[in-house]
Design a binder for this molecule. Structure first.
Ligand code: ZN
Length: 249
C-alpha cells in the first residue's frame, strides 16, 4: 500500500477516519493551523502512520496578541522532537485584503520562518489569493528555506518556475480532480517535486466540500497519472517517497 496525504487536519475529523485511512494509505501528515488545536494534534502524532506539523494559519493569527504567539513559538520549540515541520503558516489575501492585514501576515510569517530555520524543519506554506503565492516566494527569498512545502499550490506558471528553482515542494490538492486549471501546471512539474494532499476535511473533490478524506489522494493520483501517462500506483509510490523526503519521515 502506497501514498501519503501530505496535508490534512485530523483533529477536525472523526476518529474512525484514522482507522479507515490505515486501510488505504501508508501515512498522513496532520497539520495544526491554530494554537487551540496544538495539543490535540500532538496527541494524534505517532510518527509511524501519523506525522505532524505545528503552525498558525494566517486566518487564525489575527486573533492572537503577539504575546500568545511568542508563547506558542516556545511551545513548538519544546515539542521539536515530535513534529516533522513548521506550518501551516503564510499569507492569505482572501481573508486579508487590507494592506495593514497583509503586512501583519508577513510579520507573523517571518517569525515562523525564523523558527523553522532554528529547528531545522521544513516550512509548510499557506498562500491563497491573487499574488499570495508570488509574495510568499518573495518573502522566502534569501531565507535559505530550501525544502519548503508550498501547500495547495495554486500559483501561476511563473510562480511554479520560481518555486522549483528555489527547491520547494509543490503540493497539489484534491481540487485538481475537479478544476481544469491545474493540468497545465502539473505537466510542467517534475514528478520528483510533487506531493499529494487533501486538506481534509475540507476541499473534497466530490459532493459536499467539507467531506474530504485522506485517501482521496488516490483520486489525485489517478488524475495525475492520466496527465503524465503513468499508472496511479506508480504516482502514489513516487509521491510517497517525495513526502518522506520532504518531511524527513
Ligand atoms: Zn490546511
Amino acid at each position: 500500500m502506497h501514498g501519503i496525504d501530505s496535508h490534512c487536519h485530523l483533529e477536525k475529523m472523526e476518529e474512525g477516519i484514522i482507522q479507515e485511512a490505515k486501510k488505504h494509505l501508508a501515512g498522513v501528515v496532520t497539520i495544526c493551523a491554530d494554537i487551540g488545536d496544538a495539543k490535540r494534534t500532538l496527541s494524534l502524532i505517532d510518527n509511524k502512520f501519523i506525522f505532524g506539523a505545528l503552525g498558525l494559519h494566517p486566518e487564525s493569527a489575527g486573533k492572537y496578541p503577539q504575546k500568545a504567539i511568542d508563547q506558542y513559538i516556545q511551545f513548538i520549540f519544546s515539542n521539536r522532537k515530535k513534529i516533522s515541520a513548521v506550518g501551516e503558516v503564510g499569507v492569505d489575501y482572501i481573508w486579508h485584503k487590507k494592506k495593514d492585514e497583509q503586512e501583519r501576515d508577513e510579520e507573523v510569517f517571518r517569525q515562523f520562518i525564523e523558527l523553522s530555520k532554528e529547528l531545522k524543519l521544513p516550512l509548510v506554506i499557506h498562500s491563497r489569493g491573487d499574488s499570495a503565492v508570488h509574495d510568499a516566494i518573495r518573502i522566502l527569498t534569501g531565507e535559505d528555506c530550501k525544502g519548503s512545502i508550498l501547500h495547495f499550490f495554486s500559483g501561476t506558471e511563473q510562480d511554479l518556475k520560481d518555486a522549483l528553482e528555489s527547491g520547494y515542494w509543490i503540493a497539489y490538492n484534491t481540487v485538481i480532480c475537479k478544476s481544469k486549471k491545474y493540468a497545465p501546471l502539473i505537466e510542467k512539474t517534475p514528478l520528483e517535486s510533487i506531493l499529494l494532499e487533501t486538506d481534509a476535511p475540507w476541499c473534497s473533490p466530490f459532493g459536499n466540500e467539507k467531506d474530504n478524506v485522506p485517501w482521496n489522494i488516490i483520486e489525485s493520483a489517478k488524475k495525475i497519472g492520466g496527465i503524465l501517462g503513468m499508472a496511479k500506483d506508480e504516482v502514489l509510490k513516487r509521491t510517497e517517497e517525495n513526502a518522506r523526503k520532504a518531511y524527513g519521515v
